[in-house]
Write a protein that binds this ligand. Structure first.
Ligand code: IMP
Ligand code: MG
Length: 182
């Protein structure tokens, strides 16, 4: 039997560490958004697990919504122009938007997205990301809330995928190189 665990070279961040860090930023967000009109906007699909845990760590009232985007054009590099595959269902006027992402890498996606949402009469926009990979940053964007800084390695699990696989690993792991080279 082949299990997904066999494809993991090492565990970078354990389930326990993630739980603790998500609780901590949930607490901070609850403080910062006291009396505000909080709406969490998750970017599908990588952020679903983080979103599910984070929203339960927040104690102030909130709404949630989901968006799905993809990089325009083929190739391996993010072009910076993203195509909206699924837009939000709700009106954003007067909302304090907190974008929930799995990982902030080049920052191209979030830079485009936050500029786009900013044009919709929102009251404020901030970014919460599980992982921050600052070495690869190209766009001028920063996370207002993040749980962990990661080195420039490709990681999977807790929502993050390689070729749509490994999202359901409960921790953040580094893939064995032979998986890419296959
Ligand atoms: P960027 O910040 O526009 O470069 O894009 C960030 C997106 O790239 C994330 O939402 C992920 O979908 C993907 N990504 C970047 N680094 C990784 C990684 O190490 N593992 C899995 N997905 C990644
Ligand atoms: Mg993503």
């Amino acid at each position: 039997m082949h299990t997904i665990e066999e494809d993991i070279k090492s565990i970078l961040i354990s389930e326990k560490e993630i739980k603790k860090a998500v609780k901590k930023i949930g607490k901070q967000i609850s403080k910062d958004y006291e009396g505000k009109n909080l709406m969490l906007v998750a970017v599908l699909k990588g952020s679903v697990i983080f979103m599910a845990d984070l929203m339960r760590a927040i104690t102030v009232p909130l709404n949630i919504d989901f968006m799905s985007v993809s990089s325009y054009g083929g190739g391996t590099k993010t072009s910076g122009v993203v195509k909206i595959l699924k837009d939000l269902d709700h009106d954003l006027s007067g909302k304090d938007i907190l974008i929930v992402e799995d990982i902030l890498d080049s920052g191209m996606t979030l830079s485009y997205l936050s500029n786009l949402l900013r044009q919709r009469n929102v009251s404020s926009i901030r970014i919460a990301t599980l992982l921050d990979k600052p070495e690869r940053r190209v766009a001028d964007v920063h996370a207002d809330y993040f749980c962990f800084t990661v080195p420039d390695e490709f990681v999977v699990g807790y929502g993050l995928d390689y070729d749509q696989q490994y999202r359901h690993l409960p921790y953040i792991g580094v893939l064995k190189p032979e998986i890419y080279e296959k």
